[in-house]
Design a protein around this ligand. Structure first.
Ligand code: 5GP
Length: 210
């Protein structure tokens, strides 16, 4: 088999894996959900697991798998997690393999919306088999404004999230692509373009639009 035949053969085995990181409050979920509707290929967001409590309105199995610490540690012990991290110094967050591998094998692309520590683990595990994107915020002042507007954190938690955000922004250069969420439509357009390009580069045919 020639090099290009091998690459083409391998790319047909797994639909693409995307990793999107960015500071808490930058709008990752909104941008990703809209991009999933806009892309011309089958794509889903992996529902990740966390030990933090649900926020009002969050639903188990839709927003996250809300697990106890015991359950999370059991899953880790059984090797069921693709990556995991302790985020904001207190809660476990991680991606169950079952949210990723079976879908990719079935031809459905998967996007992980995870923190920079998790993204680094995916990079180490799948160096040539994912596309990483960092969602930037126009400024830290704007991020603070968005986090306050969301109103889900008390002052101490807000301060911790802003502190983490500063350190995360410094690592944006580790990602293959950077997208600035200045406005949601702009960020969705750019993310959609990146995702469509990746599928196309792997030889996938776009879904027909009706
Ligand atoms: P939040 O508590 O605001 O829902 O999420 C906090 C941070 O954890 C966000 O940056 C989010 O992207 C990240 N996160 C969510 N799920 C995972 C995961 O499975 N693994 C890792 N490493 N980070 C995650």
């Amino acid at each position: 088999m020639s090099q290009s035949e091998i690459i083409s053969h391998q790319s047909k085995m797994h639909a693409p894996l995307f990793v999107l990181s960015g500071p808490s409050g930058v709008g990752k979920t909104t941008v990703v959900e809209e991009a999933i509707r806009a892309v011309r290929y089958p794509l889903r967001r992996a529902i990740t697991a966390t030990t933090r409590p649900p926020r009002p309105g969050e639903v188990d199995g839709r927003d996250y798998h809300f697990w106890s610490v015991e359950r999370f540690e059991d899953a880790l012990g059984r090797g069921e997690m693709l990556e995991h991290a302790v985020v904001f110094g207190r809660d476990y967050y991680g991606t169950p393999r079952a949210e990723v591998d079976p879908f990719r094998t079935a031809g459905v692309g998967v996007i992980l919306v995870i923190d920079v520590q998790g993204a680094a683990q995916v990079r180490a595990r799948y160096p040539d088999d994912h596309r990483s994107i960092f969602l930037l915020v126009p400024s830290l002042a704007e991020l603070e404004r968005r986090l306050r507007a969301r109103g889900t954190e008390d002052e101490a938690k807000l301060a911790r999230r802003l502190d983490t955000a500063g350190r995360e922004l410094a690592r944006a250069g580790e990602f293959a692509d950077q997208v600035t969420n200045d406005t949601v439509p702009n960020a969705v357009r750019e993310l959609t373009r990146i995702i469509n390009d990746e599928f196309q580069a792997r030889g996938y045919e776009p879904c027909s639009t009706s």
